[in-house]
Design a protein around this ligand. Structure first.
Ligand SMILES: Nc1nc2c(c(=O)[nH]1)N[C@H]1C(S)=C(S)[C@@H](COP(=O)(O)O)O[C@H]1N2
Ligand SMILES: [Mo]
Length: 569
């Protein structure tokens, strides 16, 4: 390939002794390097050249990525690869500290590392011009390798942005640093030239083409900014076909609707989580640095694998025109800490998964089916494994097409995602799904399981205090303590609140919508001045009291009681 040839050439011409001999003395490389050790101003300008070269590389890569696909841009590809490679504890730490900003922080982190390396490469290039340029190419190789090996990468075109970007960056660094070292050869090869190379070091102004450097650097910066901006906006405007296909969707009324949410189900207490979480407020957890924009018209879902007697391929319209069910289901992320935000309740419309599976001839293991694991795959290469038995045990496991009255938002899986009551999202809720394979737990580990998370993960009974907020300073008198509790598939039976170490008091519970939704609760409290600790616990319909044993989120979800400390004034 072209870039490897250039890389090879750059390295070879620097080190090949045969080439050395071609050069005419009097100044051999080594001597010259000794005599004119670049002073710090020149090193600094070299470092600046490195940064400019890095910037140019990324800008050009962005533009090329607009022609390939946004996911192929080097920062996205390397970011994706680092997400996949990040050990679970670090990922947990990142989610805990940066929340939904974790992706932004990751990309800023990558840019910061790149900037430091670019500074170093640039400074190095002042002494070893070709090595510096080759270093830039090496980054291109890393980016290209990351992009081409992403699970959703289907062609080597994904390597192009990194490669082309790196070549542009390497050339730029070579040219810029050339301006910085220009004058050094002149005295030797052309006696009587302007520079006087007399001592161990040169006066900064003497040994280089200051004007040439400034002009080249400024134009490079301007051109890069323009190229980068064009690339950005082209990338941002991609997926128009997908956006149009989403606009066209008209959700039919479901054959089996959910009951209306009455005032007794949805309480109106200040600060409490609304019973239905609005789409824009719904938590988002996934590994996608670029939200996949899938064109529903071109989308297909394949169902195949072990024991699938009639494998099938379904289009979006096929699903839309089937019998649809509408259900309120509370989704929960296994990464949710006790008291955390990664839980939400929405009204989903979709196809009952059991019906579809039965149509394909799938039988649950309890009826002799050979597959006990259903693996869903998404267009972005995610794999999620769910127990077939759970999916077919009568619960409303569905392929959702709608969320709170509209087609799925892109961030939540348009055109189709799985939603399964009672299972954490990482073992059930595949977004942007396009493939369902029936297999066994013994023969395949999906994405998160490979990274230390549990194979099977039913949602634990949990409760959360929404109001008052931690460290709030309410006025003495009646303070409403309120929140939500969930135990999908089992249902919530009771919620109790403890103030400091007084006896548990039973909270008022909103009516139950279904077993699969959370329940709001509230308790008026006669608050007295001073510091207080409020604690909540739930009891589910099996009679099990939420455990106070604190566990980490990994491998199968956090447990423990949620407490809030407040100061009453
Ligand atoms: N394609 C894909 N689907 C995915 C994930 C993902 O990373 N990629 N994350 C899963 C996890 S861990 C959870 S908790 C839910 C979150 O769904 P939401 O973002 O719509 O709330 O999506 C699940 N589906
Ligand atoms: Mo999750």
């Amino acid at each position: 390939m072209a870039w490897s040839a250039i890389l090879f050439h750059l390295i070879r011409s620097k080190t090949n002794p045969a080439r050395r001999q071609d050069r005419i003395p009097p100044v051999r490389d080594e001597e010259k390097d000794q005599r004119v050790r670049p002073g710090w101003p020149r090193l600094a300008l070299g470092a600046l050249s490195g940064v400019l070269a890095g910037f140019a590389s990324l800008a050009v890569a962005e533009l090329v990525a607009a022609a390939v696909r946004p996911q192929s841009s080097p920062v996205i590809a390397v970011g994706g690869a680092s997400i996949d490679a990040t050990p679970a504890p670090v990922k947990e730490w990142a989610i805990r500290h940066f929340g939904t900003n974790d992706k932004l922080v990751l990309q800023l982190g990558i840019l910061a590392v790149l900037a430091v390396l670019a500074l170093a490469l640039g400074a190095l290039a002042v002494r070893f011009r070709r090595v510096g340029a080759a270093g830039v190419l090496l980054f291109g190789v890393v980016g290209a390798a990351a992009a081409a090996s992403r699970p959703d990468s289907s062609s080597f075109a994904d390597a192009l942005p990194s490669v082309v970007g790196a070549i542009a960056g390497a050339l730029l660094l070579y040219v810029l640093v050339g301006r910085l070292t220009m004058g050094r050869r002149t005295p030797a090869s052309a006696p009587g030239a302007v520079t006087e190379e007399t001592g161990d070091s040169l006066p900064v102004s003497a040994g280089w083409d200051r004007r040439g450097f400034v002009v080249a650097a400024a134009s490079a910066a301007a051109v890069s900014a323009a190229v980068g901006a064009v690339g950005r906006s082209l990338n941002a405007s991609r997926g128009q076909d997908a956006i149009a296909s989403r606009k066209k969707v008209v959700l039919p009324s479901p054959r089996s609707p959910a009951q209306p949410v009455s005032k007794r189900i949805g309480l109106r207490v200040p600060g409490i989580s609304p019973f239905v979480t609005a789409n824009r407020d719904f938590y988002r957890v996934d590994t996608a640095l670029v939200v996949p924009k899938v064109n529903a018209a071109a989308w297909r879902l394949r169902i195949h694998g072990k024991g699938v007697r009639r494998p099938g391929v379904y289009s979006f319209d096929d699903l839309l025109h089937r019998e649809l069910i509408e259900r309120d289901i509370t989704l929960t992320c296994v990464s949710n800490e006790v008291g955390g935000p990664y839980v939400g309740n929405a009204r989903w419309i979709g196809v009952r998964l059991t019906d579809l599976l039965a149509e394909c001839g799938v039988e649950p293991p309890s009826q002799g089916g050979p597959a006990d694991q259903l693996v869903s795959r998404s267009v972005d290469g995610m794999t999620i494994g769910s127990p077939v038995e759970d999916l077919m045990d009568g619960r409303d496991a569905m392929l959702a097409l709608g969320m709170n009255g509209e087609p799925l938002p892109f961030a939540h899986g348009f055109p189709v995602r799985m939603v399964v009551p009672g299972l954490y999202g990482f073992v059930s809720a595949c977004k942007w799904i396009d493939d369902i394979e029936l297999t066994t737990f013994d023969s395949y580990d999906p994405y998160w399981v490979k990274r230390g998370w549990a194979r099977r993960a039913p949602i634990k009974t949990e409760s959360r205090i929404d109001a008052p907020k931690p460290f709030a300073r309410p006025k003495a008198g009646t303070v409403m303590i309120a929140g939500v509790a969930w135990a999908q598939r089992r249902g919530i039976d009771k919620v109790e609140v403890r103030i400091d170490d007084r006896p548990w008091q039973e909270a008022h519970l909103a009516d139950e919508d279904t077993l699969d939704t959370w329940r709001q609760w509230s308790l008026p409290w006669q608050a007295t001045k001073g510091g207080h600790t409020l604690t909540v616990r739930a009891t589910d319909r099996t009679g099990a009291v939420q455990t106070d044993t604190r566990t980490r989120t990994i491998p199968d979800g956090a447990s423990g009681w949620h407490s809030v400390v407040v100061t009453v004034e």
